[in-house]
Design a protein around this ligand. Structure first.
Ligand code: BT5
Length: 271
């Protein structure tokens, strides 16, 4: 663990969130982690209460979905995992991914209100047509309940244009590359933590629909012509909305409604 890695400092993050906050009741900062999600999964196994946050300056084995790599160099970005213990059926846990994307966009917009940051289902943080971040939600299931959910957030903050990953499925970008503004990572991480708490409390008090409604109001993809690659299938159609569990509903080319559980979405033309 380390106290500070440049502009990413444990004390600064702690000082920016309330002392009685649920999320961030414990914050651990590492100069290098294999994956912050793995550290958080260990905290889960060790009965750590929900709200614990793990942040790293760099990851050596950062991952995305389906075993993909998340490129995680030092001194530039945010790699953060949050331990939650939602009392949910596993089927509904994908709402947590939506919740974290809402929190990221709200936090970015607090600092840069005019930045064209938006959410693409299921887990992409976009600036314009490029990917600036992603969410990896991993759950531990006991019986029929989720015993803990780890929300992993990777956000390209101060990554210079020339160091952006090139071989990515969706072109990559960073906040710096889009705005020529370097942000203080501690401030942004604290803002994400606070927004995640607000949205998580909304989920607990009002249920999934309240979160999904916010997601729908912030996303630009509903009504758009999209293609979704899901396992081996490619589905083209119009993004109609999300169902009550946060699954994507697509109207395909012959007018049938299809529910998509996971996949990669490409927006062909905005609706
Ligand atoms: C994601 O997966 O977008 C989820 C990324 C989650 C990363 C965080 S960091 C903290 C926590 N600890 C972890 O180990 N993970 C989480 P997916 O939608 O499957 O996208 C993965 C794809 O994004 C890769 O196959 C690349 O094409 C691309 N990619 C990899 N690194 C990138 C980066 N830094 N910026 C933009 N795109 C990237």
């Amino acid at each position: 663990m380390c106290a500070a890695c440049g502009d990413l400092a444990e004390d600064t993050v702690k000082s920016l969130i309330s002392s009685d906050a649920l999320i961030g009741n414990s914050i651990e900062l590492y100069s290098t982690a294999a994956s912050t999600n793995d550290i958080c999964l260990n905290l889960c196994r060790n009965q750590m209460p929900e709200g614990a946050v793990v942040i790293a300056d760099a990851q050596t084995e950062g991952r995305g979905r389906l075993g993909r790599k998340w490129i995680s160099p030092p001194e530039q970005n945010i790699y953060m995992s949050i331990l939650l213990r939602p009392d949910m059926h596993p089927k509904s846990a994908s709402v947590i991914t939506l919740l974290a994307s809402i929190a990221c966009i709200k936090a970015i917009k607090l600092i840069l209100p005019n930045l064209e940051a938006h959410i693409k289902w299921p887990n992409d943080i976009m600036i314009g047509h490029k990917k600036a971040g992603g969410i990896l939600t991993e759950s531990r299931i006991e019986g029929t309940k989720v015993s803990c959910t780890i929300v992993g957030i990777g956000l390209n903050v101060n990554m210079p244009e020339q160091l952006l990953p090139r071989e990515t499925i969706i072109p990559a970008t960073s906040i710096l590359a889009e705005t020529e503004t370097a942000l203080n990572r501690s401030e942004l991480a604290a803002a994400i933590i606070k927004e995640t708490e607000e949205c998580y409390l909304l989920l607990k008090n009002k249920g999934s629909k309240a979160v999904i409604d916010i997601w729908l109001s912030m996303s630009k993809m509903i009504g758009s012509q999209i293609t979704v690659t899901s396992n081996e299938d490619i589905i083209s159609g119009i993004a109609e909305g999300l169902d009550e569990d946060g699954m994507l509903i697509v109207r395909d080319q012959i007018g049938l409604l299809k529910t998509i559980i996971s996949g990669d979405v490409r927006i062909v033309s905005h609706g």
